[in-house]
Design a protein around this ligand. Structure first.
Ligand SMILES: *Cc1c(COP(=O)(O)O)cnc(C)c1O
Length: 367
């Protein structure tokens, strides 16, 4: 069987260094908010190209605390609107509504699967405060036009970089393109921990300080609580493992990109459509999505022939029961993507032979 993602193999690629890192933490007797967190934060900020990185417990918390930070700083308030792609993973949208802010869903483009920059302006109101871009599937979602809109209307430019660690727009990394960014290091992400982990990156010193405070019960000084915070600290053991894996991220992404280039060369089927090709540095291929009107049959065919695939994602956020107030809305492009998307296996540990098998099978789909 060709698995969708062989995480065991991913970890095994750096087994010794990872085990040394874990052992170092175990033997140190210090498990939270110590040297490993400080070292990873510094390495990650320098990798992304921001002045600050604040490590938190997971990606959803990173998103929630980034927005909450702006609220505590008086730059956003309950009822303010945040523009977000309608086809993102639910976490992006949850972070907005959890803060009492209003998610404003904007349709993606079918050829890029990213929020349509030309559709944004029509959604701006006097309450709009931010555009929260999502570099979904590892594709850079930023365009000059989005930057211009933010400047013209005085909006914050925020990034959900959970799927795009290491991705670039020209010389800059995603995660440093706007005012602040949230990152997830969920195990299956391009940079993944051995459990939950996340971070906020920003050049804004006030925001960094407040996110750090909010993630530690709202405490700035021991037993002094200026804010109603939460516990969203990152374990030292995850920080230590992330510091090891960060060193290999560009190399791992290059391998993904070579696999993706192979798929782009080889995949030829009238019913299988690939998103528009991007320059290799602007796509880190967290996911390799294809669109197929007979998606379920294609998935079944691949499964019967020993290839595991996933769907990202089967139900769009506006059709979820948790957002029942949106269930009657219609977002045709988002709905088409959710009905047709299939994610093919692609990772830094996948062999050329497996890539060939997948490509041949897709091309021979009888559908
Ligand atoms: C994974 C993911 C998140 C959430 O990260 P967790 O660490 O699982 O909380 C948020 N947004 C996107 C786009 C993601 O893919």
């Amino acid at each position: 069987m060709i698995p969708y993602l062989d995480l065991k193999q991913v970890t095994a690629s750096h087994a010794e260094e990872i085990q040394d890192a874990v052992r170092r933490v175990v033997e140190s007797g210090w498990y939270l908010q110590g040297e490993e967190n400080a070292a990873f934060e510094q390495a990650y900020a320098s990798f992304i190209g921001t002045r600050h990185a604040v490590a938190v417990a997971n990606g959803l918390d990173a998103l929630i605390l980034m927005l909450r930070g702006y609220m505590e700083l008086g730059q956003m308030e309950k009822g303010d609107e945040v523009i977000v792609p309608a086809n993102t993973y639910i976490a992006t949208i949850l972070s907005i509504s959890e803060n009492g802010l209003v998610p404003v869903l904007v349709e993606p483009r079918l050829d890029t699967l990213e929020m349509d920059p030309d559709a944004i302006e029509a959604h701006i109101t006097p309450r709009t405060r931010a555009i929260l871009m999502v570099h979904l599937y590892g594709r850079c979602a930023y365009t000059e036009k989005i930057g211009e809109i933010c400047r013209k209307y005085g909006l914050k430019l925020l990034e959900d970089n959970a799927q795009a660690h290491g991705c670039r727009f020209a010389a800059r990394r995603t995660g440093s393109l706007g005012d602040a960014a949230a990152h997830s290091f969920y195990p299956g992400k391009n940079l993944g921990a051995l459990g939950d982990a996340g971070a906020v990156t920003t050049d804004d010193e006030d925001l960094a300080r407040i996110v750090r405070t909010l993630a530690n019960y709202g405490s700035s000084k021991k037993y002094v609580f200026p804010y109603k915070g939460r516990n969203s600290r990152l374990d030292e053991v995850h920080a230590a493992v992330l510091s090891v894996k960060l060193k290999y991220l560009d190399e791992d992404n290059r391998k993904r990109s070579e696999g993706a280039a192979y798929y782009y060369q080889q995949l030829r089927h009238p019913l299988v459509h690939l998103p528009r090709w991007m320059e290799p540095e602007s796509n880190v291929y967290h996911i390799f999505p294809v669109l197929c009107p007979k998606r379920d049959a294609l998935q079944q065919y691949l499964k019967e022939n020993g290839v595991q695939t996933l769907i990202h994602y089967p139900i769009p956020p506006h059709k979820q029961a948790c957002y029942k107030e949106w269930n009657q809305r219609v977002y045709p492009i988002t709905e088409q993507i959710h009905a047709e998307e299939l994610s093919l296996p692609l990772s830094q540990v996948m062999t050329q032979e497996d890539l060939e098998t997948v490509a041949l099978l897709v091309n021979s789909f009888p559908g």
